[in-house]
Design a protein around this ligand. Structure first.
Ligand SMILES: C[S@@+](CC[C@H](N)C(=O)[O-])C[C@H]1O[C@@H](n2cnc3c(N)ncnc32)[C@H](O)[C@@H]1O
Length: 284
């Protein structure tokens, strides 16, 4: 459709480079444009706006070049192209509301399988600690699709934290999820001083948060132990490097006697021979 619409306005190679589809978030479209057609981005965005009356705002990123940077995992390279300048949206995934501003906060479509799968592992009554909560990607899914005893979640980015608090309210899980603002390396020891221990700890952040494993170990349950969900970039599908991180840190810790790999899986491809991997490890 976009191709037909712009056939006479673009050169043939530009027409060929037009996107075949685009991401829609409510009444907002985000176009992934190849570098060849980037100079024509405003024209293309206006065509999208004209074609779909329910679309109010069109944004664009250069295909393969926009990045996620820094500790806050902030997206870069998203530009407003046409319509109203609206970047706050309410995404709904498996019945869970994720309000966020896509120019400030990442919401990775590629992680949907993991966000849907993780709640299936959570047993009724489990106490869950989500050390890198973001806007509630895992905490909200667990609260809505499992029956945890409680979920404590930590978030250091004030913008993400604000959305986390709002999403807890919008999803009506205030009685199950407690947000904590700040560095989990400070929050977790404070919780532990008050007698806290977790059945499951979610460490969903990139790059693999090896330096924070010693923090997570402080919250393990004596006796049955704690399942740690640990993520990172792997090569050739080999999640053994993630397990090596946990084993390394466990050896250095007086709090850990044994680590047992329960599950490993790949979430998505991250480029040539690189994948996003996850392991679940029982730490006792
Ligand atoms: C963006 S989420 C990860 C995305 C998620 N795995 C998903 O499904 O899309 C990671 C979050 O951890 C937060 N973070 C990073 N370091 C932190 C720390 N030391 N304490 C608490 N939160 C932290 C970042 O601000 C970010 O919001």
């Amino acid at each position: 459709m976009l191709i037909q619409r712009l056939q006479n306005a673009l050169a043939p190679d530009e027409v060929n480079a037009l996107p075949r589809g685009f991401q829609t978030l409510q009444d907002v479209v985000i176009l992934n444009l190849k570098p060849l057609v980037w100079p024509k981005r405003k024209l293309i965005a206006q065509a999208v706006l004209d074609m779909y009356p329910y679309i109010k705002s069109v944004w664009g990123k250069v295909f393969g070049e926009s990045k996620v940077v820094g500790q806050f995992r902030t997206p870069t390279g998203i530009e407003h192209l046409a319509g109203i300048e609206k970047s706050e949206v309410v995404a709904k995934e498996n019945g869970v509301i994720f309000k966020h501003d896509f120019t400030k906060i990442i919401f990775s479509k590629g992680n949907i399988t993991e966000r849907s799968y993780l709640p299936k592992l959570v047993k009724p009554g489990e106490i869950v600690l989500d050390m890198f909560a973001g806007i509630g990607y895992f905490s909200l899914m667990i609260a809505r699709h499992a029956a945890p005893g409680h979920v404590h979640c930590c978030e250091i980015n004030p913008v993400s934290y604000e959305y986390l608090v709002e999403n807890i309210r919008l999803n009506e899980v205030d009685s199950v999820v407690t947000p904590h603002f700040g560095d989990c390396a400070k929050i977790v020891p404070d919780l532990v001083k008050g007698g806290f221990a977790a059945d499951r700890i979610v460490m969903g952040v990139f790059p693999a948060p090896k330096a924070y494993l010693s923090v997570a170990f402080q919250a393990i349950k004596h006796g049955p132990g704690t399942v740690i969900h640990y993520e990172g970039k792997v090569s050739d599908g080999d999640t053994g490097t993630l397990m090596a991180d946990v084993e390394d840190e466990a050896k250095k810790s007086s709090l850990v006697a044994r680590v047992t790999l329960l599950e490993s899986r790949l979430v998505k491809n991250l480029g040539i021979r690189k994948q996003h991997g996850v392991i679940d490890v029982l730490v006792q």
